[in-house]
Design a protein. Structure first.
Length: 291
């Protein structure tokens, strides 16, 4: 066995050590662990809710309308006698069928814009960033309401709208991170080797800004969850009898003084997921984000 290492082997060893250190920093933090466990719980529920719900979440007359919580119905019944706990579990699928895909669009588009603006600079940078500034001027919720009113509400529409309107904010953060890397020696060396722009962007710059990208991914996931719930609450997304948390809150809120759990159940579920994402994002920001 050779006692010496090639530069490539040293680099791989350093990266393994860095990853091990980052994992210790992340999983050694109680807040990160709590957030990760909550997110994992709701993700598993979204996948297998139909196997664990005690009652059909869409069947009426399961219990007394606006019935109080009991051993059989942990959160009581809603205005149609549906089991609230079952609907909270089922509503996870609606929330988590929109937010992850919207986040993928947000991060993909935002990262592409930010990296291109930082690397090419000049007129391309000005064009991209001024376009981003224009988009940031308009309130996303109002624009989303206008688009949905014009073309109709569906999960695909929600995913596209939430995804694209989250991209401008991401592009600014990624541009700032990529600009620090675009002037490094390894980028200059790649240019001297006459590597094409796609190679430099994807193989040289992007791997070195994975920290900010990871942080933005987590943050935008939380925003996507909240945006989807907000649009559902405003009644422009999924329609009854869907068990979506935002829709359930807006439908059941008029009964909050009679049966508060029909509203508090989905509201607390939504809050727990958003807070969990923020706990994870906060720790990622401290550990991964470059200064």
């Amino acid at each position: 066995m050779s006692l010496t290492q090639t530069p490539a082997e040293k680099l791989r060893a350093e990266r393994r050590q860095q990853r091990a250190f980052l994992l210790r920093q992340l999983f050694g933090n109680p807040g990160f662990l709590l957030g990760a466990v909550i997110i994992l719980f709701w993700c598993l529920v979204a996948i297998g809710w139909h196997l664990i719900v005690p009652y059909d979440p869409f069947a009426t007359g399961i219990t007394m309308p606006l019935g109080a919580p009991s051993l059989e119905h942990w959160m009581g019944g809603d205005d149609l006698g549906r089991d609230v706990w079952s609907r909270v579990l089922a509503g996870t699928a609606d929330v988590l069928s929109i937010a992850p895909l919207a986040t993928v669009i947000t991060i993909s588009v935002g990262t592409l814009i930010g990296v291109c603006a930082a690397y090419f600079g000049g007129a391309i940078d000005n064009l991209l960033m001024r376009s981003v500034d224009i988009l940031l001027v308009f309130p996303p919720i109002i624009i989303a309401l206008m688009i949905i009113s014009a073309i109709g509400a569906s999960q695909v529409t929600m995913i596209i709208i939430i995804g694209f309107f989250g991209a401008p904010a991401v592009s600014r953060t990624i541009r700032a991170a990529a600009m620090r890397e675009a002037n490094r020696d390894y980028v200059a060396a790649a240019v001297m080797r006459r590597e094409n722009n796609g190679y430099i962007l994807l193989r040289e710059i992007l791997p070195n800004i994975e920290g900010p990208v990871a942080v933005e991914t987590t943050i935008r996931f939380g925003y996507a969850i909240f945006a989807a719930a907000s649009l559902s609450f405003l009644g422009v997304s999924l329609q009854p009898p869907a068990a979506d948390w935002g829709l359930t809150i807006t439908v059941q809120r008029i009964y909050i003084q009679v049966q508060p759990w029909s509203t508090l159940g989905p509201a607390l579920a939504l809050a727990s997921l958003v807070v969990a994402v923020n706990l994870v994002a906060d720790r990622l920001r401290k550990v991964l984000a470059t200064p």
